[in-house]
Each structure stands twice: as C-alpha cells, then as structure tokens.
Design a protein around this ligand. Structure first.
Ligand code: SAH
Ligand code: SF4
Length: 370
C-alpha cells in the first residue's frame, strides 16, 4: 500500500467541504461527498467498485482518478491488558505509532500528528528523534481508518473507538491546518461522528494556535504542564521559554471561557526527584486552584536515552492527595501496554535508531572501518 505515489486524488485527504468541492468540480452533485464518506469511514471500503449506491460509470471514473490510500501496518502488538499498538509505515519510509486502549465503557485511540517533534521535551522519546515532517490528513485519518478495520465494531454496530486523543507522536498545533481538517472528519456524522467532547488535543502550549483552535474546532484540550514554575518547565518543556506558564494558563482559561462546565486537562509527568515533591504539588495547587482545571498525573515511561526515572507509586499517591485535598479533580493515568513497550514514540524510535545505526555502519564500511 505504501510507496505508490500516484497523481490520483487521495480521498482520505478530504474533509466534507473539500470532497463536496471536488465532486462539484468534476460535474457531480455535492451530496456524493456524503455517500463516499460513509463508504470510506463508516464501512471501511476503499474499493470504488463496492460503493453500490454510486452508478457504474461514476465508480469507473473514480477508480481512474481517485484512491483511498493509507499507511501500511508494519506490526501489530496486543498487550496482555488488551491495548493495541500499531507501527505504521508511511510513504517515504518513516514510521509512526497508533495505540488503542480499550476500557469497560469506552475505547480510546491515540493518534500521531507528526513524524518526530521539533520541541525536544527532555523526557520524551519523540522529542529525542527530532522533527522529520508533518503528517498529511490522509496519514492522520488513515490511523483511525486502519484501527477501525483492525478492531471492528461492537455487537450493536457502534464503533469500539469512542474517544480519540491527539497524544501520539508530534505537536498537533504545529501541523495546524491538517490537524483541523482531520478533526473535521472525526466529528462529521458521515464519517466518525464523534462529539467535540470525545476528541482531545494535547499540546505543549503553542499559544497563538490555541486561540485559533478555539475559534475553529473547539475540541477538548489537554496541556502538557509538567512543572509548577517557569525555571523547571524551561528545562522539561523548552517551549516554555517562548510561552511561559502565566500566559499559557491565561490562554487555557480563555479556551474554556464559554462554558463553566468545561475543564482543561493539565498533564503532569511524574519524574522521580525532579518535579514530584510535596512542595511541587503545593505550587501546582497554587497555579490551578479556582481554574476550570483537572489534572492528569502520568507515570513516566522510561526509554533508553532518558536520564529520568518514574516516580514510585507511593510518591505519586502522596502528590495526588495534596491536589485532591485542595479540591482539584486528579486522576493518575494507568500505564497501559507496558509489556509491548514503554513510552509512546519508542517503537518508532527504535526504527529510527536502527536506521541511524545502519547508516552509521554503511558510512563506516565506506570509510573502511567496519
Ligand atoms: N506534543 C503534544 C502531544 C504529544 S505528547 C504534547 O506534548 O502534549 C502526549 C503526552 O505524553 C504529553 O503530555 C507528553 O508530555 C507525554 N509524554 C511524552 N513523553 C513521555 C514519557 N516518556 N512518559 C510519560 N509521558 C510522556
Ligand atoms: Fe513534542 Fe509533545 Fe514530545 Fe514535547 S512531549 S517533544 S511537544 S511530542
């Protein structure tokens, strides 16, 4: 499937507006977009011949000028707790990860938005890989399409994917236009039909893009805070030097200002001896108390290059108790799929490392060293 660049239009790249325009341009009625979106996104059909409510000549035309082209699944791992992790290969050879986490009442798909990431957070495996490129809409939505195909539907015909989080590899707000078009497809009733509440975008805090997102898409927001003061956050999330905590919190308040019931989720990775003391917890309370906030404590997922260790469970519990006592809604994220590997970005990171090692070896052979 991958590596077949053609001049055909990839219909996975088009949200409703773009697809309706595309049909009108070819002399068809705009409602064709509804029909084709249902086939592709709800029934998982990529072969135009199977789209039986289109007349035969239109099907033949589409086969000549369009395609439904998605990444290729390189590997699928299913962990003991039911978590799926797919390693996907994109055109050109880059790899990304997609994870599905089933729970009793919901199923959450975690998708990537970029290959690598430019923001270099010091505790993040994707950050260590550096930035490679933005994903296309087809590559973002293709992750949902492939996951749907792989895990199927519930007995009642409902999708097992009830929630989507943009928390995989990359900074979604630095791939803004494509991420917004992908969100349009997630929310479209003829595609995945999710409510805005069930789509969550996680960002390290690109403030100007946050303002635009609120106007355009207004999905649920998670913000990677990770430290209660600028000095420490500068170290962990270097983007903080550009957009410091005070400004970020103000932008977050504005994001949810239209409804007192909405909350921003503040993510806080628990790093042993770095940001996990009672003092840090109290400072965090000082920052977030009285705001429309909830806190998600994330046990650190170690990866080979990282200098950090995961906080012990007892430290995480004590930290959490301080927040809860102050009235902050706080949950500790379960570590899922630990047996298939640790940090998000790690699987793809291993591929990058292997490629680098291979390149190094090729270079050494060329120099006559190996
Ligand atoms: N770039 C966005 C979204 C992708 S990262 C962001 O930073 O928010 C998704 C979440 O995973 C973020 O909260 C990030 O801080 C966290 N994360 C990254 N590396 C991690 C690790 N090794 N262990 C635990 N959480 C990590
Ligand atoms: Fe990028 Fe998010 Fe990782 Fe930071 S935590 S390097 S913003 S993917």
């Amino acid at each position: 499937m991958a590596d077949s660049p053609t001049t055909k239009t990839n219909l996975l790249d088009l949200d409703r507006e773009a697809m309706a325009d595309w049909f009108v341009q070819m002399g068809e009625r705009s409602f064709r977009a509804s029909q084709v979106m249902k086939w592709i996104h709800q029934r998982g059909v990529s072969d135009f011949d199977q789209m039986t409510d289109l007349n035969k000549s239109l099907r033949a035309t589409l086969a000549g000028i369009a395609e439904v082209h998605m990444p290729e699944i390189l590997s699928e791992n299913i962990s003991a707790d039911g978590t799926y992790k797919w390693l996907l290969r994109l055109d050109g050879g880059n790899c990304i990860e997609t994870v599905f986490i089933p729970e009793t009442a919901r199923g959450t798909l975690c998708i990537s938005s970029q290959v690598g990431c430019a923001l270099e957070c010091s505790f993040c495996s994707t950050g260590y890989q550096g930035f490679n490129r933005n994903l296309s809409v087809a590559e973002i939505v293709g992750q949902i399409w492939l996951a749907h195909k792989a895990i199927g539907f519930r007995e009642n015909g409902q999708s097992k994917i009830t929630n989507i989080v943009l928390m995989g590899m990359g900074e979604p707000l630095l791939n803004f236009d494509r991420v917004v078009k992908s969100i349009n497809i997630m929310l479209d009733d003829d595609a995945y039909g999710l409510s805005k509440r069930r789509v969550t975008l996680s960002t390290s805090g690109v403030i100007p893009a946050l303002e635009r997102l609120r106007e355009i898409a207004d999905v649920s927001l998670a913000v990677s805070l990770h430290a209660p003061d600028d000095e420490l956050r500068n170290e962990l999330v270097p983007l903080n030097k550009k957009y410091p905590i005070k400004d970020l919190l103000e932008a977050c308040e504005t994001y949810v200002a239209d409804s007192p019931r909405k909350k921003v989720t503040y993510e806080y990775v628990m790093l042993d001896g770095i940001n996990d003391s009672i003092k840090h917890a109290k400072r965090l309370v000082g920052l977030l108390q009285g705001r429309q906030a909830k806190v998600n404590l994330i046990p650190f997922n170690p990866f080979p290059e990282a200098d950090y260790k995961r906080s012990p469970q007892s430290t995480i519990d004590k930290f959490r108790n301080v927040l809860v006592a102050a009235g902050l809604v706080t949950i500790t994220r379960k570590t899922r799929g630990d047996d298939i590997d640790g940090a998000c970005g790690q699987l793809a990171g291993q591929i990058v490392d292997k490629t680098r090692r291979q390149q190094k070896r090729v270079a050494m052979v060329a120099r006559g060293v190996a």
